[in-house]
Design a protein around this ligand. Sequence first.
Ligand SMILES: Nc1ncnc2c1ncn2[C@@H]1O[C@H](COP(=O)(O)OP(=O)(O)OP(=O)(O)O)[C@@H](O)[C@H]1O
Ligand SMILES: [Mg+2]
Length: 253
Amino acid sequence: MPILTVLNNKGGVAKTTTAINIASGLAAEGNRVLLIDLDSQANLTISTIGQENDAHVGHWLSGEKPLSEVVQPYVPNLSIIPSSKALDIYSKFIGSEEDYQFKLKDRIDSDRLTEQYDYILIDNAPSLTTLAYCSLVAATHVLIPSAPEYFSFAGIDNIMQSVANVKKRYNRQLQVLGIFFTKYHTSYRKKVANDVVEAARETFGDLVLSSTIRINASLEEAQMMRQPVYNYAPDSNGATDYANLLEEIKTRL
Ligand SMILES: Nc1ncnc2c1ncn2[C@@H]1O[C@H](COP(=O)(O)OP(=O)(O)OP(=O)(O)O)[C@@H](O)[C@H]1O
Ligand SMILES: [Mg+2]
């Protein structure tokens, strides 16, 4: 059962946008999908169910509240474990515990989430700290969105090192599903963007997906309207690009 963690320690590269739209694409096809918001910014929570909830992922991870009090429905077949600003405090506590790396994996196992859902997706904060580590230990696959700029591209090395580290010590089955470029320029910066994709292929080879996500305002608007882009603007470039990305992802799962 695929558990995808969407990870990049760089901010604003569309981790949250990707988690929402890949999860809603899978749900629209009839799969039972769970989205876990592991970022105390709670952007995913606010762009979907629309509020910071009293019951959040920190309560669930710490065992203070059962899953049933934390999980919320979003669209058909898609549920969310929301986040909150308060997650930072929980993250500090969790990080000080022995074997904290297994915190999320143990919850997923003890609540038998792999029986209840066909896919789990995890959205992360722009960091490679405690909770991102927990997500790597729990995941089967890592999905890495990146901006098509050289600076972002260089940062992918850090993620690869963390993945290798977790794979060696805690989670042998962990795989990088792919690196893909978001906020892709189709106008004057096209050449630079293409060069970066080519350079990425030279370094990371087949790990670089062919799909790219173009800059498209509908993606941001959809989040403001708390809708998946497929519902908000089904004919937009954003909807088309995420549908293509989903198809490519499925060939690798
Ligand atoms: N392809 C795109 N075209 C236009 N806007 C986009 C695109 N992808 C994402 N955005 C917008 O860019 C902003 C940042 O995206 P998002 O929140 O998904 O990034 P993130 O990596 O999750 O950020 P953070 O690191 O803060 O968690 C959001 O306002 C989002 O709506
Ligand atoms: Mg985010």
